[in-house]
Design a binder for this molecule. Sequence first.
Ligand SMILES: NC(=O)c1ccc[n+]([C@@H]2O[C@H](COP(=O)([O-])OP(=O)(O)OC[C@H]3O[C@@H](n4cnc5c(N)ncnc54)[C@H](O)[C@@H]3O)[C@@H](O)[C@H]2O)c1
Length: 258
Amino acid sequence: MKLYEIPGKCAIITGAGRGIGAATAELFASAGASVAVVDKYENYAVRTADTIRKSGGNAIAVTCDITHEEEVEEVFDGIAKELGAIDILVNNAGMAIRKPAIDMPLAEWQQVVELNLTALFACSRVAARHMRAERKDAPSGGAIVNLASIMGLSGGLFPNASYQASKGGVVNLTRALAVEWAPDRIRVNAVAPTFVNTDFTAQIFTNPAVLEEVEKHTPLGILPEVDDIAAAILFLASPAARCVTGVTLPVDSGYLAK
Ligand SMILES: NC(=O)c1ccc[n+]([C@@H]2O[C@H](COP(=O)([O-])OP(=O)(O)OC[C@H]3O[C@@H](n4cnc5c(N)ncnc54)[C@H](O)[C@@H]3O)[C@@H](O)[C@H]2O)c1
């Protein structure tokens, strides 16, 4: 068995139209998986799926706003039919509305929690139902990998309470689902990246004063790229991590060690 490969596995990756999700979709395809590239925006999903297919991988583009559970159920059913099963789910889609807690309207708080935590829960249980039904008699179950954040394991550097609360929720939801679904041999883990340069963090990476503050909290002196996060996600989804469940793996260049 090749430990870091997932040949023949069917993987759903949410928010895979760009950034960390796109890098993960490309890495999973190169590791042998058939990938469902799920994104709210059709052109993003198509772009990632095309890139994968051009390099010889297997991918389908799926447009879905994962905050609508009924849409998720319909879409995941369709993916399971088209790819044959759901073996792996990467809960990657996420957002932030960065502003001081005192100024944040509740509607914005709810928007962040709805995507980062509630939709992640909904996608997980829809996928777990498939994994349980499809893998009943198989020796291996499924794998779910959630995108948490160092902001879910610390108070953070900048005002971002809704994001920090939702990602903290992801860390403990990961433990809860890992325990609940262990009898079905569904492993549930998370990665917790530090700051990674994507469209999501453009405001941070284009502001030298903010970047300097980030660098002060980065013992290794280098920040991860999207491929470094994808590599950690692949590890947790692969047979190399067959006895790992319920953990949140920081990919943080030492941020949390300080
Ligand atoms: N970039 C970082 O520094 C960083 C650090 C820690 C954690 N993370 C987490 O990693 C994940 C990916 O981050 P990124 O930087 O690649 O973000 P990104 O904004 O570049 O990409 C997110 C993708 O999710 C899609 N999306 C948004 N809402 C959606 C919805 N309702 N349904 C389906 N798709 C939706 C977007 O269209 C986009 O393609 C997020 O969960 C984020 O919180 C990122």
